[in-house]
Ligand binder design. Structure first.
Ligand SMILES: C[S@@+](CC[C@H](N)C(=O)[O-])C[C@H]1O[C@@H](n2cnc3c(N)ncnc32)[C@H](O)[C@@H]1O
Length: 179
């Protein structure tokens, strides 16, 4: 019932980002991640398989039931916990070294400040669910909060954006961005 078989370009773009981060040594076992909009749990399961520990959040209870079941089937239930909720369900001071969010451009713009407030200094951020034509708006929203230009990968009409080693103060002193 949940989105995330791995065949959709946006999921594949996120998995490519995760594989690249792993190959480059930017993510490593023991790090903590947030999979926002976890759907089937596919991205969180991938990160857990690489030895990271994380949390999957989704506003859809059916998706969370599915992600929970998939975490068990894939033997990562110890390292990948899931819960119903959005970014605002997290404690204000909770940070993650890796955040992946495959949602849509508008919510990613709307949540930019909240997402960055949960990214640990030097952390990695991978966003997808973004149409190529909407990428400039998403990039602008995150640049306004202090991030540099991301690495952008396109697949058909979809794209993924990746920032690595995000600076300590990114997003901390900026105003919220209008969706
Ligand atoms: C495109 S699917 C991505 C699923 C999976 N992460 C993947 O990459 O294949 C987006 C998911 O985000 C969830 N979602 C939408 N808006 C959300 C929000 N504001 N906070 C958390 N989850 C959200 C949806 O319920 C859906 O399961």
């Amino acid at each position: 019932m949940a989105f995330g078989t791995g065949h959709h370009p946006t999921t594949a773009l996120c998995l490519t980002c995760i594989a690249d981060l792993h190959r480059e040594g930017a993510i490593a076992p023991g790090m903590q991640y947030l999979d926002l909009g976890t759907g089937s749990g596919i991205l969180g399961i991938g990160l857990a398989k690489l030895g990271l520990t994380g949390l999957g959040l989704d506003i859809d209870p059916q998706a969370i039931a599915c992600a929970d079941e998939n975490a068990g089937i894939n033997n990562v239930a110890e390292n990948f916990k899931v819960a119903v909720g959005g970014i605002n369900s997290l404690p204000a001071d909770k940070t993650f070294q890796v955040i992946v969010a495959n949602i849509l451009s508008k919510p990613l713009i709307f949540m930019a400040k909240d997402i960055l407030s949960h990214l640990a200094p030097g952390g990695c951020l991978a966003l997808s669910g973004i149409l190529v034509e909407q990428a400039p708006d998403v990039i602008r929203a995150y640049e306004r909060l202090g991030l540099p230009a991301p690495v952008q990968r396109n697949e058909g009409e979809w794209c993924g954006l990746l920032w690595t080693n995000v600076a300590v103060d990114a997003g901390k002193n900026a105003e919220s961005v209008e969706a």
